[in-house]
Every structure is written in structure tokens, then in C-alpha cells.
Design a protein around this ligand. Structure first.
Ligand SMILES: NC(=O)c1ccc[n+]([C@@H]2O[C@H](COP(=O)([O-])OP(=O)(O)OC[C@H]3O[C@@H](n4cnc5c(N)ncnc54)[C@H](O)[C@@H]3O)[C@@H](O)[C@H]2O)c1
Length: 254
């Protein structure tokens, strides 16, 4: 085991928000464990990081408890502990509720809720033992309200927001903080894919957002970095919207 240095495990680190989180935490001096289903993608991200203080890659699904436990153990072994987890692995399904495919619905809940829970659980065991840690989940403005054709996705993000509260209450006495960042639209491959498939109302999203644009992944990573550190030392059980004013807006802007 090496000398203790700050470390973060990031799920979904091969793309979009997870990748931006990896780049930001690496730039801030964290050792990074990159976890993703897509092995090639995490290896590419690892190649973009500063070699110091180091990174490790893990390929697997967040829905596999054993793989997640191994990734947490490898993080502890490599960096001397685990200070932070950011759960960014997630999928979206878009279909009318009456035609919703049960397998797709289950898979969305499996990855977005169970996968998030398993990452938190695996890291939480170590963090409780250490007496400190910060878990940051990527929620969504859709965890706080409904949207057409996204029943599974909205239900999954609502569950993530409640996981934040339940785990914050259970683990607060051990010094483990649990929060979420809830974005609206972020310019990532997930959103680009929906735009390309003609099932993302970009004009509508930007129109409802007072700041009038999508977020950049780096803006979500910045909020994660804030929640990870001492500046957020008394913040737990909180869902932080990083949404350009989306949730504040009860009005459709012209
Ligand atoms: N992009 C947005 O507008 C937006 C808005 C709100 C919330 N979010 C949430 O942010 C998170 C990241 O989204 P993104 O836009 O960066 O998506 P993305 O598709 O660009 O990246 C998601 C990553 O998760 C990985 N992944 C998917 N299933 C996995 C699994 N079972 N195990 C391990 N890795 C898996 C993918 O391989 C991919 O690398 C998701 O939870 C998403 O719901 C995104």
C-alpha cells in the first residue's frame, strides 16, 4: 500500500460527465479509479490524465457487486484509502409509458438505482471504517419532476435523490457525507445520441433554461469537486441542481 493520498472512484468514467469528473479530480491532485462498462473508453481517458498522482482502470458493470467491491479494494490498495466516489454511470430510455418494454424499464432501474447503490455501498463500508468520505451521485432535474416518455428514467433519478437522503442520515454519524448533483441537459454523448435520434427537444430544453443553453460536462464536474472537499464539509443529504435555473423557472421563456 502506498502513502495516503486523496482518491476518487468514478463510475461511468469513460464518457461525458464521468470523464470530465476524472479530468478535474486528476488536475486537482486526486488519484483516480476509472470504472466503466467500456474498457477501451476508460483506457483512453486514463491516457489523457496527468501521470501523477496516478490512475487505475476497471472495466465492468456497476450492477455487479463483486466487480464493484474489487474496484473499491483496488482503489484503497493503490491510493491508501478512498476519499470520494462519484456515481455517473447511467442510461436513459425514451418511450411512451403504454408501450414501455419491461426489460428496458428494469435495466434502467438496475443501472441507475441498483448500480448507484452498489457503488455507494462498496465504498461506504470502507469510508465508515475510515471515519470520513464523500459520495456524490449524479441525479437529474428529472428526479424532482416528471417528463413524458421517460417514466423509467424519472423514477430512477427520483430514487437516486432519495438514496442520497437515506444514506446521508444513516452514515452521517460516521463522517460520511452523501450528496447529488442534479443537472438538466448536459452536452455529452448521451444527449448527442438522443439529438441524433430525434428524441431530444433541444430547443425546448434551452427555452426553459433561463441561462439558455446546455451545461458543459466540466460545469457538473466543478460541482462534484466542490461537494467532495472541505468547503462542503457540513453539506450532506443535499441534491444540488446545476441546471441553469431550470427548476426555478415556472415559466416557458420565449
Ligand atoms: N447528459 C445529460 O444531459 C444528463 C442530465 C442529467 C443527468 N445525467 C446523468 O449523468 C450521468 C452521466 O451521463 P452522461 O451524459 O455523461 O452519459 P454518457 O452516456 O456520456 O456516459 C455514461 C457512461 O456510463 C457508462 N455505463 C453505462 N452503463 C454502465 C454500467 N452498467 N456499468 C458501468 N458503466 C456504465 C457508459 O459506458 C458511459 O461511458 C448519468 O447518470 C445520466 O443519467 C445526464
Amino acid at each position: 500500500m502506498q502513502d495516503k493520498r486523496k482518491s476518487v472512484l468514478i463510475t461511468g468514467a469513460g464518457s461525458g460527465i464521468g470523464k470530465a469528473v476524472a479530468l478535474r479530480f486528476n488536475a486537482e491532485g486526486y488519484g483516480v479509479c476509472l470504472f466503466d462498462l467500456n474498457e477501451e473508453a476508460v483506457r483512453e481517458v486514463a491516457g489523457e490524465l496527468n501521470p501523477e498522482p496516478g490512475s487505475i482502470c476497471f472495466a465492468g458493470s456497476v450492477t455487479e457487486p463483486e466487480t464493484m467491491n474489487k474496484a473499491v479494494s483496488a482503489t484503497v490498495e493503490t491510493f491508501g484509502g478512498i476519499d470520494c466516489v462519484v456515481t455517473s454511470a447511467g442510461i436513459v430510455s425514451v418511450e411512451p409509458a403504454v408501450d414501455a418494454d419491461l426489460d428496458k424499464f428494469r435495466q434502467t432501474l438496475e443501472v441507475n438505482v441498483i448500480g448507484t447503490w452498489l457503488a455507494a455501498q462498496a465504498a461506504g463500508r470502507v469510508m465508515i471504517e475510515q471515519g470520513h468520505g464523500s459520495i456524490i451521485m449524479i441525479g437529474s432535474v428529472y428526479g424532482s419532476g416528471g417528463a413524458p416518455q421517460r417514466t423509467a428514467y424519472c423514477a430512477s433519478k427520483g430514487a437516486v435523490h432519495n438514496l442520497v437522503q437515506s444514506l446521508a442520515v444513516e452514515w452521517g454519524p460516521y463522517g460520511v457525507r452523501v450528496n447529488a448533483v442534479a443537472p438538466t441537459g448536459v452536452r455529452t454523448p448521451m444527449v448527442q445520441d438522443l439529438i441524433d435520434r430525434g428524441i431530444y427537444n433541444l430547443t425546448g430544453v434551452q427555452g426553459r433554461t433561463p441561462l439558455g443553453r446546455l451545461a458543459e460536462p466540466e460545469e457538473i464536474a466543478a460541482a462534484c469537486f466542490y461537494l467532495a472537499g472541505a468547503d462542503a464539509g457540513f453539506t450532506t443529504g443535499h441534491v444540488l441542481p446545476v441546471d441553469g435555473g431550470w427548476l426555478a423557472n415556472g415559466y416557458i421563456l420565449g
